[in-house]
Design a binder for this molecule. Structure first.
Ligand SMILES: C[S@@+](CC[C@H](N)C(=O)[O-])C[C@H]1O[C@@H](n2cnc3c(N)ncnc32)[C@H](O)[C@@H]1O
Length: 272
């Protein structure tokens, strides 16, 4: 089975290993605050947990550490990333981790199975996010919760000095949309949960600031790799990214630079 939406590691990423390292750094960027917010939404040790769109397994590893008595079922559609996760997690979770290669829109898992589900940086890529949320609703137990972690194109980050990303961001939005994704999904997360049947919907923001975690932690966001790949693939022209790259270099060279990023965590509950 191959992914349908805007994230297809094997198809769209010309440099898969670099992308995998970017995903790893992106997990580390916010982990403490994401874990704190997951706990606040009700995630506790011992729960039977579903992780949707688990990628190469870095977030799964963090969940296994956070929840030493939980079982984690990691659903990943991409065969290459699924295999990477199998290798990476081999000696990490033992029989507490169950890896499944399937679409989150059609998992084949039994009704009413999980206490808690997490989908991180997945819904942004899905052509039919409500269908995916409905499938998760089906396999959650009554009283179970889904937390979707994503961002929104107009919220990604703030920098000083300012980094001019407008043209590239608009282009990125178009490319994502043409592949079935929605880079502005953050603002729609509450509606998606409600349309899928979830109740008690809530939304939190997780903020990371370079004055707290250091500017180096933001390297995955500063990485021009994904944009340069779009140039290689003819999706965006060199002239369109010129101001983005110049302004990025000015930002990187500034001694007193700062950066803050914003991630959204939306939670819904399957009524008892
Ligand atoms: C941006 S990555 C995020 C990976 C991981 N959740 C993380 O936070 O690092 C999105 C992942 O979702 C997977 N994916 C995309 N569509 C999917 C689907 N319909 N069902 C399951 N996984 C899917 C992709 O293959 C990819 O591994």
């Amino acid at each position: 089975m191959q992914a349908e939406g805007s994230y297809q590691a094997s198809t769209y990423n010309l440099e898969l290993e670099a992308e995998i390292q970017r995903l790893k750094a992106q997990v580390l960027l916010n982990w403490k605050k994401e874990a704190r917010t997951l706990n606040w939404f009700g995630l506790t040790d011992g729960m039977n947990v579903l992780e949707a769109g688990s990628g190469p397994g870095f977030f799964t590893e963090k969940l296994l550490e956070l929840l030493p008595n939980s079982s984690i079922t990691a659903v990943e559609i991409d065969p290459v990333l699924h295999e990477k996760a199998v290798g990476y997690l081999q000696d990490k979770g033992g029989d507490r981790v169950n890896r499944i290669q399937a679409s989150i829109a059609d998992t084949g898992l039994e009704d009413n199975t999980f206490d808690f589900a997490i989908a991180r940086l997945l819904f942004v890529h899905l052509p039919d996010p409500v269908a995916a949320a409905r499938e998760i609703f089906r396999i959650l137990k009554p009283g179970g919760k889904l937390v979707i972690i994503d961002s929104d194109a107009d919220l990604f980050w703030l920098t000083n000095p300012p980094w001019s990303v407008q043209i590239v961001r608009e282009k990125f939005k178009q490319v994502m949309a043409s592949r079935g994704g929605d880079l502005s999904i953050g603002r729609n997360l509450c509606r998606i949960l409600k349309q899928a049947g979830f109740a008690n919907v809530d939304l939190e923001a997780v903020v990371s600031h370079s004055d707290i975690i250091g500017i180096e932690a933001f390297q995955p966001l500063l990485d021009s790799g994904p944009i340069l790949q779009m140039v290689k693939q003819g999706l965006i022209s060199e002239s369109e990214i010129a101001s983005y790259l110049v302004s990025r270099d000015e930002f990187v060279a500034a001694g007193d630079r700062l950066m803050m990023s914003f991630w959204l965590m939306a939670c819904g509950e399957k009524n008892k």
